[in-house]
Design a binder for this molecule. Structure first.
Ligand code: HEM
Length: 399
């Protein structure tokens, strides 16, 4: 592939746990390559670990998604829709972004996550009990992978868990890459309206959870629109990502029996196993977008102000310059600074929460069901190729 011929983002996977093979070629031969976007514009694709990390910590690039092109058909913008930007700090730059991070960081400290551990353990145990009562078989997605992070983020934010069917379905629509624009707008209006109403309710009926505390915090003084945007971002990012790591990670380990055996024999390896699964699976599968604020040079290529640059996290996490035998899952691999949670200014706010959930959930699942196995051939497990966050739609298991 040459610099002069822009290509669309590689999306077709040859194997379920590996990113598209084209990434390997790009990383070796054209690591800063021309990328064509579905909206007809042309930008850049970065596939090397070093370049991806440099991009994500470079202030000359903006995270403003309203200005960026999307590498896949996702996140359409409706003209005259500014309210949706309020509070959505994932798309903001300093100093606006810094203000939100400061307000929210204290809710996601390692100490807070440690305090949450007993509750996470309890939620995990209750769902395993239910699986045991009603199975085998069981579909891990609705029985375990989706409810655990959903319940945890609901309790942290103060969102009623009884409303999960509605918000999980809106989120499912928002993250599709091939849904009709109008259907996405409808889901966005619905989830926005839902959280907006919740913000009003918290004003009338305060509680101890995050959303209510922000509503009643006189120092932070976020407007109702901003609070809605924050709540929406945390709710969507907080359940869909970890849910897919739990299901896809389990699928991966069940098809790598030697790795699973090692983890069962040496439970102290769980921290490294979680990091390795994050690296190996890189579920934010279509990468992160940034927009050049000025003309500049990356890897010898002139990038013009306004062009979109995509950081391919899954390609960076398989870079052989950074990881020996990158395509091998090895839960004993030393810590490696993977970019599955991004890097730099916008590095995942909820990463300690996601880690806490995974560190509790995987070992509990594998120890409760020592003979856990797939209930269908692996090729029959439906994969989420059409979603911004990769994973499986169903994971039928037996024991
Ligand atoms: C395994 C699970 C998760 C993965 C793989 C993941 C991945 C990511 C990535 C790659 C980013 C960077 C986005 C960018 O730079 O544009 C990010 C940001 C973010 N994540 Fe996560 N995430 C996970 C879990 C969570 C959870 C549990 C929460 C809970 C609240 C969360 C909340 C956020 C927020 C709020 C941001 C935006 C941070 C900012 O812009 O400063 N994530 N995540």
């Amino acid at each position: 592939m040459s610099v002069s011929t822009p290509q669309p983002l590689p999306t077709r996977r040859e194997r379920p746990f590996d990113p598209p093979d084209e990434y390997r070629l790009l990383r070796e031969e054209d690591p800063v390559s021309r990328l064509s976007f579905p909206d007809g514009t042309v930008g850049w694709l970065l596939t090397r670990h070093e370049d991806v990390r440099a991009l994500l910590s470079d202030q000359r690039f903006s995270s403003d998604r309203l200005r960026a092109s999307s590498p896949v058909r996702a996140f359409p913008i409706r003209p005259g829709e500014p309210a949706f930007r309020a509070g959505s700090f994932i798309s903001m730059d300093a100093p606006e972004h810094t203000r939100y991070r400061k307000i929210l960081t204290r809710w996601f400290t390692t100490r807070r996550m440690r305090e949450l551990m007993p509750r996470i353990e309890q939620i995990v145990a209750e769902h395993l009990d239910a699986m045991e009562r009603t199975g085998p078989p069981a579909d891990l997605v609705p029985a375990f992978a989706l409810p655990i992070p959903s319940l945890v983020i609901c309790e942290l934010l103060g969102v009623p868990y009884e409303d999960r069917a509605a918000f999980q379905s809106w989120t499912g629509t928002l993250l599709r890459i091939d849904a009709d624009k109008e259907v996405i707008f409808e889901a966005r209006d619905a989830i926005w309206g839902y959280i907006r109403e919740l913000v009003d309710r918290k004003r009338r009926e305060p509680d101890d959870a995050l959303l209510s505390s922000l509503v009643h915090d006189p120092d932070d003084s976020l407007t109702a629109e901003e609070l809605t945007g924050v709540g929406l971002l945390l709710l969507v990012a907080g359940h869909e990502t970890t849910a897919n790591m739990l299901a896809l990670g389990t699928f991966t380990l069940l098809t790598r029996p030697e790795q699973l055996r090692t983890l069962r024999e040496r439970p102290e390896l769980i921290d490294g196993a979680v990091e390795e699964l994050l690296r190996y699976l890189s579920i934010v599968q279509y990468g992160l977008v940034r927009v050049a604020r000025e003309d500049l040079v990356i890897g010898g290529h002139r990038v013009r102000a306004g062009e979109t640059v995509v950081a391919a996290l899954s390609a960076a996490n398989r870079d052989p310059e950074h990881y020996p035998e990158p395509d091998r899952l090895d839960i004993t691999r030393p810590p490696s600074q993977h970019v599955a949670f991004g890097h730099g200014f916008h590095q995942c706010l909820g990463q300690q929460l996601a880690r806490a959930e995974m560190k509790v959930a995987y070992p509990a699942l594998f120890s409760r069901f020592p003979d856990l196995r797939l209930a269908v051939p692996p090729e029959e497990v439906p994969l989420r190729d059409d979603m911004v966050i990769y994973g499986v739609y169903r994971l039928p298991l037996t024991w």
